[in-house]
Ligand binder design. Structure first.
Ligand code: SF4
Length: 472
């Protein structure tokens, strides 16, 4: 076992097992991991004033920062382990290399320091101490906020080390045993490289957490009440189930009805229409003389929207290949120019609604309008043109799907992205690659991806408009 298995184990036992014994062909490359690695390197490099080198030689030479070191050793009871510290930072002290020693450091995304960070540091220190022949009292958690690098010291006391030893014992046992169950907290799965593999098994076994709105707590509540899979859930009546959902108070019957219908749709593969004529009729009326589809690509950690894409639709009968798509890149030094272009497009057709999927797009436009000193009335008027199809589809349909993301819904409607295995995080990965290499190929990929996002949104709009004409 190594530090990577250990880190995975803290998140999900099954992930550690799959990383160790799973078939690599079932694993899907994760852009999150790659983005994390790039960010990590940039922040470490800043922290060490660019004095960052790789491997054992770097320790012997006493460089400020050392990466890429693997240290093997015996932990206890003949259990061998390997640590791969993210970074070693030189500090005062005495070690086998001279009048200095190293402390382990980890990178933190976001504000919260979790046990994942402190456990990782404690594990690294256990083997590093004997390797460098020097005691380690603390480790560092390095993060960056608003372009400033911060660090926090974590004391690696006896209590923490003991906890880590216990986790390592369970990890060792887990890796020698059978594959653990899928985690109850399926939120963890969204950025996991084994997601496809686990999703397949969850669906086959009728996992309750496959039902939209059912998280780990509701799933346990249902299981204690004898409802252990989606099949059983689908066979319940709203009243029967509502009585078991007292934790939702006044909303218990409403929730029960949603869960039962969602489970029925999921099993049958058939969508269920929630009577909601007003909203969808409105969509038909508003879009009949033309509309825009709008989609943004962003870097949430940098709070930077790097691409705004507009698709112009004069009417729904226009062939896809004749639609006009306009990408506006927001390179860091031309923010104002990008904003002006966006506003210009929006006011070329001042009556047209702007269809988007999710809340991000409307928030971004309001911020742009504020930045350009629009009055309150002008901002309100502009914002009122935005129609969020994600909210609309959830209000008017129960779909036979696990979630209502743009990808899931439009894939179900038969839409395919031109580039395979793409996602918002892959686009972000390309953006980061573009910033490092300035190779235009990455921009082309991002633009193609965004255009497809717009076309996928259009497919959902078409579904909503066409199906509202049908009777319930
Ligand atoms: S997809 Fe979910 S259950 Fe499967 S290994 Fe990853 S985190 Fe664990």
């Amino acid at each position: 076992m190594n530090s990577l298995h250990f880190k995975s184990f803290i998140r999900c036992k099954r992930k550690a097992w799959l990383d160790f014994k799973g078939k690599k062909s079932h694993e899907v490359w994760s852009p999150h991991k790659a983005i994390d690695k790039i960010n990590q390197f940039q922040i470490f490099s800043q922290f060490c004033n660019s004095e960052i080198y790789t491997g054992l030689k770097a320790c012997e030479n006493g460089y400020q920062g050392v990466i890429g070191l693997k240290i093997r050793g015996n932990l206890f009871q003949n259990i061998n382990a390997e640590i791969r510290p993210q970074l070693l930072v030189k500090t005062k002290g005495k070690s086998k290399w001279g009048q200095y020693k190293y402390l382990p450091a980890v990178y933190k995304l976001g504000h919260k320091t979790t046990k994942e960070h402190s456990f990782d540091l404690a594990f690294s220190s256990m083997l590093l101490e004997s390797f460098q022949e020097s005691k380690i009292e603390k480790g560092l958690v390095i993060s960056s906020f608003d372009k400033k690098v911060n660090f926090e010291e974590i004391y690696l006391n006896k209590k923490l080390r003991k906890k880590v030893l216990n986790v390592l014992l369970s990890l060792n046992e887990c890796l020698e045993g059978f594959m653990p169950e899928i985690t109850q907290d399926r939120k963890k799965c969204t950025i996991c490289s084994w997601q496809k593999f686990c999703d397949k098994e969850a669906k086959e076994n009728g996992y309750l957490t496959d039902i939209d709105g059912i998280g780990s707590k509701t799933a346990s509540l249902l299981i204690t009440n004898g409802i252990s899979n989606t099949q059983t859930l689908a066979s319940y009546s709203e009243k029967q189930l509502g009585e078991k959902l007292s934790k939702f108070n006044d909303q218990k019957y409403e929730k029960a009805s949603l869960f039962v219908k969602q489970a029925q749709a999921y099993i049958s593969g058939e969508p269920y229409r929630i009577s909601n004529k007003n909203d969808t009729n409105d969509l038909l009326k508003k879009t009949c003389s033309g509309f825009y589809i709008f989609d943004i690509e962003s870097n949430p950690d940098d709070k930077h929207d790097f691409l705004y894409g507009f698709l112009k639709i004069n009417n729904l009968f226009t062939k896809k290949k004749d639609l006009i798509y306009k990408p506006i890149l927001n390179l860091k030094n031309n923010k104002e120019e990008a904003y002006r272009k966006i506003i210009k497009i929006l006011f070329l057709q001042p009556e047209w609604p702007v269809l988007h999927y999710g809340e991000t797009e409307k928030i971004a436009i309001i911020n742009i309008a504020k930045n350009l000193n629009f009055s309150f009335e002008e901002i309100d008027l502009l914002a009122s043109r935005f129609i969020d199809l994600h909210t609309l589809i959830r209000k008017s349909w129960i779909l036979p799907l696990k979630n209502y993301s743009l990808k899931t819904v439009s894939n179900w409607l038969g839409f395919e992205w031109m580039q395979k295995n793409v996602s918002g995080s892959k686009a972000l990965y390309w953006w980061i690659q573009y910033q490092i290499t300035e190779n235009e190929i990455f921009l082309k990929k991002i633009i193609q991806y965004n255009k497809d996002d717009c076309l996928a949104t259009l497919q959902i709009a078409e579904y909503l408009i066409k199906n509202q004409l049908k009777k319930n």
